[in-house]
Design a protein around this ligand. Structure first.
Ligand code: ADP
Ligand code: TRP
Length: 322
């Protein structure tokens, strides 16, 4: 199966991104033909600072490699390095009903908040469809919020196939697993928009400080607590070993502990959990030529696939006269 997913470089990755998405994409590389890209054309609708977009894109690639994405197994590339996708986007756009895009939530939400949306945001689902269809992807691992976009992609591919004969492979959404809601420092969903994140590669001391600030219910020390309802425990569960988790679970149910103790254990476990990724990241940071080489090789491979698909599509709809 060809598995494809994209991630926008609109901020540095946090635990929510990792446990909710990235870790799962990376796991799939062992059994499938993985195509993973940094969606910088999408990010251009929000990041309008040249240096910022460049560094977020580069950092995203380095982060993914440091977290275990293996370029010998999967294809890692930057979206804009494959211009065939933008051409395919135009072809798809000519067959996209306005009403379909008007119903898409990214646009609808912005409009509902009274904000001015641009054509880039409006047509975003078509670019996303091109991202997927250009590589004959079978499975697209995404969070719940992206399922609507996969439906749009299937609609567009289906109607093109109906009109011109079968040119596109129809992809399926693969809903990401149940780590799906990593809580943030305030107990709400962790998100860069809520300013409640723990960064994967943020300075360890800064992470420790943030952990110490996590809001918890006030509870007398001696009283037991329900681990399943506790914010700190949900975070601890992500980074602790099985033994540590069992011990902490027992402690919660017995009572006689303070939040400070749990926070310290959480910070220690987090430091250990991301330590090897941190080391790999430092090595990659010291070898920029290697990172560039990986991204160029990934783009060359992705372009070869996208060119084959685009030729098939152009042939099908009469854009080729020979
Ligand atoms: P943010 O909410 O910080 O803007 P994005 O929307 O860029 O994050 O998310 C990128 C990916 O990370 C998506 O696949 C999304 O489902 C996943 N993700 C983001 N935050 C969380 C979270 N708190 N829990 C689980 N998954 C998350
Ligand atoms: N829209 C996705 C997001 O915001 C990112 C993305 C762009 C994507 N193109 C894609 C995901 C293609 C999967 C497939 O998270």
């Amino acid at each position: 199966m060809r598995v494809l997913s994209g991630i926008q470089p609109t901020g540095r990755f946090h635990w929510g991104n990792y446990f909710g998405a990235i870790r799962q994409y990376i796991d799939l590389q062992h059994e499938h033909d993985g195509y993973y890209f940094i969606a910088n054309l999408h990010a251009l609708t929000t990041v309008r600072d040249k240096a910022m977009l460049q560094s977020l894109t580069r950092d995203a690639a380095i982060d993914l490699l440091a977290l275990g994405l293996d370029p010998n197994k999967a294809t890692l590339f930057v979206q804009s390095d494959v211009p065939e996708v933008s051409e395919l986007c135009w072809i798809l756009m000519t067959g996209t009903p306005m009403g379909l895009l008007e119903r898409c939530h990214a646009f609808k939400d912005k409009q509902a908040r009274g904000l001015a949306a641009d054509a880039g945001l409006f047509t975003y689902p078509v670019l996303m469809a091109a991202d997927i269809l250009a590589y004959d992807a079978n499975w697209v691992p995404v969070g719940q919020d992206q399922v609507q976009h996969i439906e749009v992609c299937r609609d567009l591919a289906g109607s093109f196939n109906h009109q011109y004969g079968k040119a596109f492979v129809l992809p399926e959404a693969r809903l990401l697993g149940n780590a799906a809601k990593v809580p943030g420092l305030d107990g709400e969903k962790m998100s860069k928009s809520y300013n409640n994140t723990l960064g994967i590669f943020e300075d360890a001391k800064a992470v420790r400080k943030k952990i110490m600030r996590i809001t918890t219910d006030s509870r007398p020390m001696e009283e037991p607590a329900d681990p399943d309802k506790d914010n700190l425990f949900q975070l601890y569960r992500l980074v602790a070993t099985t033994e540590e988790l069992a011990a902490m679970d027992a402690l919660y149910r017995r009572g006689g502990f303070g939040d400070g103790e749990v926070k310290k254990a959480l910070a220690d476990a987090a430091e250990r959990y991301f330590e090897s990724a941190r080391q790999r990241r430092a090595e990659l940071e010291n070898n920029p030529a290697h990172v560039t080489e990986v991204l160029l090789a990934g783009a060359a491979k992705a372009r070869a696939t996208a060119t084959t698909v685009l030729n098939r599509v152009k042939q099908a709809c009469g854009l080729r006269t020979f």
